[in-house]
Design a protein around this ligand. Structure first.
Ligand code: BGC
Length: 375
């Protein structure tokens, strides 16, 4: 049985690496899902995880291409950042078009549909990705990336406390600690690679945002889905892993994880939040992988292994991992309306494969370290 799972894991690793690389557009962008009509964009959020999974598996060139693509894509709209101070000061109602997009076409143009597009988490995640790339090699920071990082810092300084859509593209009237986690992680990690002026600005903002998140915990100690909310969201895992706003054993983090386990985890599958009804609100592969990654950092290896096994079991016959599994949903009556609207759940979702690959690498790294210690 164990051997069967290990074989499946090795196969899924090979298939996932192939799938991600095959779906990188010549521009450097990664399509979110090649088979789901609504997902033919590259989100900065998804792109970060896809690129990071390739990085940890040794594919640096693909990551460079992706980072460059983000620089070029946002660079086309750089004027938005120049104009933002005066627009924000004008007192006019905020307009989505003033802000950077959450996703771009594969050619790097903004998505002009009316889908919520003002989401800032992806920009923080992108800074984090750039830092991971630089940390894992000895190449200097290219000038265009440096410029891109400065642009993002200027942007985030102006927008971090403006309500915007969460990482699920919902609740745009709120501020989300998980979104801020991405900023904290990105700013903290990129700072050492920047010249002192920009490094100081990044760290100042990082401290401000961290203080804000800590000051806005729920009165019973956990981090809320959004500021003032009574509920939780699995994306709050990011505060500890990977973004390190606080350690995995921080009491508020532990409380948040306990709520995630009790309220939205079913047999290894983690849901987004208790009230989610997108395709009924099922269990998301990416979230099981994030929880597994958290467990590993919290020293709970057995729990991480169990989540890995659950993920492997969700693989379809052709090797694809879906966005979510509908075995246990919050509201089964909402599956059909979504299937009628957009077709079956996005499968394969590149981000799901990326998170499998990251947990796979983390687990192997952990087991290797343990092995070395035994010798
Ligand atoms: C999710 C986003 C994701 C996008 C593309 C949406 O359904 O809510 O988090 O970036 O799909 O994968």
């Amino acid at each position: 049985m164990l051997q069967e799972i290990e074989q499946q894991r090795a196969l899924l690793r090979t298939e996932s690496l192939e799938l991600l690389r095959k779906n990188q557009h010549p521009s450097g962008a990664f399509i979110a899902s090649p088979t789901f009509s609504q997902y033919d964009y590259c989100w900065l959020r998804d792109g970060t995880w896809i690129a990071y999974s390739l990085l940890v598996h040794g594919y640096r060139e693909e990551v460079r291409d992706h980072i460059r693509w983000v620089c070029e894509s946002m660079g086309r709209y750089e004027e938005k950042v120049d104009l933002l101070p005066q627009r924000l000061a004008s007192g006019e109602p905020l307009q989505n078009t003033w802000f950077f997009s959450a996703r771009y076409t594969l050619e790097g143009l903004e998505d002009e549909s009316d889908w919520p597009n003002f989401q800032i988490d992806g920009y923080g995640s992108w800074l984090w990705l750039v830092a991971q790339y630089l940390k894992s090699g000895d190449e200097p920071l290219p000038q265009t990336w440096d410029h891109g990082a400065q642009l993002v810092i200027r942007y985030l300084e102006m927008v971090w406390d403006i309500p915007n859509s969460d990482c699920w593209e919902e609740f745009n009237e709120h501020i989300h600690p998980a979104t801020l986690a991405c900023l904290i992680g990105g700013l903290k990690e990129i700072a050492p690679f920047l010249h002192s002026h920009w490094s100081e600005r990044a760290l100042l903002l990082e401290r401000t945002v961290t203080d804000y998140v800590l000051a806005h915990r729920h009165e019973s100690g956990y981090f809320p889905k959004y500021i003032g909310s009574e509920t939780i969201d699995a994306s709050l895992i990011w505060l500890a892993v990977p973004y390190g706003a606080l350690p995995p054993d921080h009491p508020s983090m532990v409380k948040t994880i306990e709520k995630i386990e009790q309220e939205i985890t079913r047999e290894g599958g983690v849901k987004r939040y208790p009230q989610d009804t997108y395709y009924g609100g099922g269990q998301w592969i990416i979230l099981s992988a994030f929880l597994g990654w958290y467990y590993l950092k919290a020293g709970k290896v057995q729990n991480a292994e169990e989540l890995m096994t659950w993920i492997i079991r969700q693989k379809e016959d052709d090797g694809s991992l879906p966005e979510q599994v509908l075995d246990d949903t919050n509201d089964p009556s909402m599956i059909e309306p979504w299937e009628e609207r957009w077709g079956a759940v996005a499968t394969p979702l590149l981000w799901s494969h990326a998170m499998f690959l990251i947990l796979d690498k983390e687990l192997s790294g952990y087991n290797q370290q343990e092995g070395e210690r035994d010798e």
